[in-house]
Design a protein around this ligand. Structure first.
Ligand SMILES: NC(=O)c1ccc[n+]([C@@H]2O[C@H](COP(=O)([O-])OP(=O)(O)OC[C@H]3O[C@@H](n4cnc5c(N)ncnc54)[C@H](OP(=O)(O)O)[C@@H]3O)[C@@H](O)[C@H]2O)c1
Length: 238
């Protein structure tokens, strides 16, 4: 199985770049998805052996078609590309922020997943990992817990987009199970990246989160599907 291939969307920086780096270290050929060719090439050079550039803006239907044409077979798809704009409450969030956020975090995942399904079906062990967020857990959002308190309805566009992604994870997992797919969602935890300046203060290492994504990307045949997991493998309540 050392001819395995993976695609990580939004892999030119942050958590995605660390996922690509770890998958390449596992011996996979990794397509480093980046909407900007230069930033993608830079990441490919930093990752080194096994990394390949793939220009891919998940909001661009024509670009997705061009990317699919460059990938014959795919064993692993990591839907990592994501955006987060504000911490606004739902009543204070402009509808356009919801649209922009869903365009990348939800519709982009559907577009990329559906487009790469034929390539994934050529794999004996297809795996899809959707990078979600613990902030999307409706259980955690409605129950007292160390991370989120009831009534903290901030980042409404982002959190609801990831809740939609969680729903899609279950639906894809159910409908692709007969074909040997494993489809799971990851809550990476707070990580110091450009997306999350607040986490920079906490210092969460993106590489630690990437380990959780790699575990789900390389699940054995008896591994779970349709699940939501923390970076350390602990199940996260929907
Ligand atoms: N950091 C955290 O604490 C945290 C917590 C929970 C979940 N997450 C999730 O983890 C994932 C990675 O985020 P991150 O923290 O690593 O953030 P990041 O450093 O900002 O990386 C986001 C990546 O997504 C790419 N991207 C954005 N829009 C795109 C598009 N339309 N097409 C293709 N790529 C696009 C970005 O590309 P550009 O460089 O071109 O902008 C970048 O490569 C996201 O799904 C995020 O929601 C992060």
């Amino acid at each position: 199985m050392n001819d395995r291939t993976a695609l990580v969307t939004g892999a030119n920086k942050g958590i995605g770049k660390q996922i690509a780096r770890l998958l390449a270290a596992e011996g996979l050929t990794v397509y480093v998805g980046s909407r900007d060719a230069g930033r993608g090439q830079q990441a490919v050079e930093e990752i080194g052996a096994g990394a390949r550039p793939l220009v891919l803006d998940v909001r661009d239907p024509d670009g997705i078609v061009r990317a699919v044409a460059q990938v014959e077979r795919l064993d692993v798809l990591v839907n990592n590309a994501g955006v987060s704009e504000s911490l606004a409450l739902p009543a204070e969030t402009d509808i356009e922020e919801f649209r922009r956020t869903y365009e990348t975090n939800v519709f982009g995942v559907v577009a990329v997943t559906n487009a790469f399904l034929p390539a994934l079906r050529r794999s004996p062990r297809p795996r899809i990992v959707n990078i979600s967020s613990g902030t999307a857990s409706l259980t955690w959002s409605t129950n007292p817990n160390p991370q989120f308190t009831p009534g903290s309805g901030g980042a409404a566009a982002y959190r609801s987009s990831k809740a939609a992604l969680n729903a899609l994870t279950v639906l894809y997992a159910q409908t692709l199970a007969e074909d040997g797919f494993k489809v799971n969602a990851l809550a990476p935890g707070l990580r110091a990246t450009d997306l999350n300046p607040r986490a920079a203060a906490a210092g969460g290492d993106p590489a630690e989160a990437a380990q959780g994504a790699v575990r789900l990307a390389l699940l054995p045949d008896d591994g779970p599907t349709g699940g939501f997991f923390s970076w350390d493998g602990t199940p996260v309540p929907w």
